[in-house]
Design a binder for this molecule. Structure first.
Ligand code: APR
Length: 257
């Protein structure tokens, strides 16, 4: 896309933003690229390069080698702790602040950068790297009808931390390969997809389902769909318009006043 075509595409997309009372945004790893977030594969460096993803990011791997998997996530957390949101994250958060209840943000990212930028109500389809939860349903919670479960924040430190009361292990609050997505977040994302007038698909290859399916749902329900990505994606065919460029450059241009 040459610059003139890109700018006329941008103008059209800005008009669609102005016209839409409900906007849904689906983001992926590309939104965090300009913050320097290592991709899942980039994180498999050094010692970790010897492991396949399924040896680090599945429930089976965690049960077989809890310390190895916990340590890998601990290293990812440490590498991400100081990473800052970039102008793309900020543009989304500022738009939400200026237009309450108009933009629903759905992300596949687990890095927490949308939340760090100030976005609200983020639907984190693949969980959050910085949250912990119990590996197994809490026995104490089951005994009390789902209430009064053991508190994850009181787990005894370790690799991984463990419940002093029932022995349950803590695990990172991300969705591993082969796991279900959090039902609440997925339901809310589907509602946003079918009720929006505009869906922005930003920084995702569109290869992973069910997240990518949200763009199809939005289009079928009559929304305009805009893909924003420096490279072709698997969702380009679903889009009315593809803006080729990075999210740190285009999101401020698209969502700014
Ligand atoms: N701005 C916008 N997009 C970018 C940028 C950038 N600066 N840099 C790269 N991209 C785009 C790439 O062109 C690519 O289309 O980001 C996309 C990243 O694609 P993937 O690595 O496949 O990431 P994503 O689509 O988020 O993957 C979905 O798959 O690995 C699993 O669970 C993981 O949540 C992840 C899911």
């Amino acid at each position: 896309m040459n610059d003139a075509a890109a700018w006329s595409g941008l103008e059209e997309a800005r008009r669609w933003v102005r016209e839409a009372t409900r906007i849904a945004v689906l983001t992926g790893a590309g939104v965090s690229a300009e913050s320097g977030v290592p991709t899942f594969r980039d994180a498999q460096t050094g010692l970790w390069a010897n492991f396949r993803p399924e040896e680090l990011a599945t429930p089976e791997a965690f049960r077989a080698h809890p310390q190895r998997v916990w340590d890998w996530y601990a290293e990812r957390r440490a590498r991400l702790a100081d990473v800052q949101p970039n102008p793309g994250h900020v543009a989304l958060a500022e738009f939400q602040a200026r237009h309450p209840d108009r933009l629903t943000l759905i992300t596949q990212n687990v890095d927490g950068l949308h939340q760090k930028a100030g976005s609200t109500g983020v639907l984190a389809l693949h969980g959050n790297l910085f949250e912990d939860r119990w590996l197994d349903p809490c026995l104490n919670s089951a005994l009390h009808g789902g209430r009064l479960g053991c508190d994850p924040t009181s787990a005894v430190a370790g690799s991984p931390p463990r419940c002093a009361d029932c022995g349950n292990l803590l695990r990172p609050g991300v969705v591993w390969f082969g796991e279900m997505l959090p039902m609440d977040a997925l339901d809310a994302a589907e509602r946003a997809a079918v009720s929006c007038e505009l869906m922005l698909v930003v920084g995702t290859s569109g290869a992973v389902y069910p997240a990518a399916g949200l763009a199809h749902r939005a289009r079928r329900a009559g929304a305009r769909v805009v893909v924003l990505n420096p490279e072709p994606t698997e969702l380009d065919d679903v889009a009315h318009l593809c803006l080729r460029g990075t999210s740190a450059r285009w999101l401020p241009a698209l969502l700014g006043d």
